[in-house]
Design a protein around this ligand. Structure first.
Ligand SMILES: [Fe+2]
Length: 213
């Protein structure tokens, strides 16, 4: 399937459904990530020009496309390569950038000694990394705000990932970068992420009530 016109998040959802029918967990997760990304993109568009809300929501919808094939460490690259083969590389940046999150190449090679330098170098060249575009920043923060299908603060998502996959320097560094991306978006929108994403605000209020009980 090749698209000559702009893809919407709805189109991306159809592509995802055709690729992974029956709404597996990662597809449900992708729908929520796309919704959160749209909220952030809308807030960013209020304060800046040149923000393509639909493209951001589309890239967010497709960020975990590779999970239709593998849940391994390289699902980000696999998803990108699968979409590129369909002529959809333009919408597939999030597959790679939610994985590498703006890390310099040298740091990736240091943090994951099993990564092959030549291969990683090609990935960096293909996507002009480690540069993070506005779309990448939004997808990074949106993805880190969604544990399965629950919208949670980045700090809670970090705890969830450590509990699920075990602690690692890679994970901690990714969480640190996601927090830096949140700070940048908060500065640029003039709003906290809690204000931008209503579910996060509710989450915070519920946690506060819990404390006072
Ligand atoms: Fe994700």
């Amino acid at each position: 399937m090749r698209f000559t016109t702009n893809l919407t998040a709805g189109d991306a959802a159809s592509i995802l459904d055709a690729q992974a029918p029956g709404r597996p967990a990662f597809v449900e997760h992708s729908h929520v990530v796309s919704k959160v990304a749209r909220s952030i993109a809308l807030a960013l568009r209020e304060s800046e020009t040149g923000i393509d809300v639909e493209r951001i929501a589309t890239r967010a919808m497709l960020h975990d496309f590779g999970r239709s094939c593998t849940h391994g460490n390289y699902h980000g690259w696999v998803g990108y390569a699968m979409l590129r083969r369909r002529g959809l590389a333009h919408y597939a940046r999030g597959c790679v950038t939610h994985w590498l999150r703006g890390l310099p190449l040298e740091e990736v090679l240091h943090l994951s000694p099993s990564a092959r330098p030549q291969f990683m170098k090609r990935v960096y060249e293909e996507l002009d990394l480690p540069q993070m575009t506005d779309d990448d920043l939004v997808v990074s923060v949106a993805d880190f705000s969604v544990a399965h299908t629950s919208i949670v603060p980045l700090e809670e998502r970090e705890r969830d990932l450590v509990a699920r996959y075990g602690d690692s320097r890679w994970l901690r560094r990714n969480a640190e970068l996601a927090r830096a991306h949140r700070s940048e978006l908060e500065r640029r929108t003039g709003l906290s992420l809690d204000q931008i994403v209503p579910e996060l605000g509710k989450h915070r209020d519920a946690a506060r009530e819990g404390l006072h009980k």
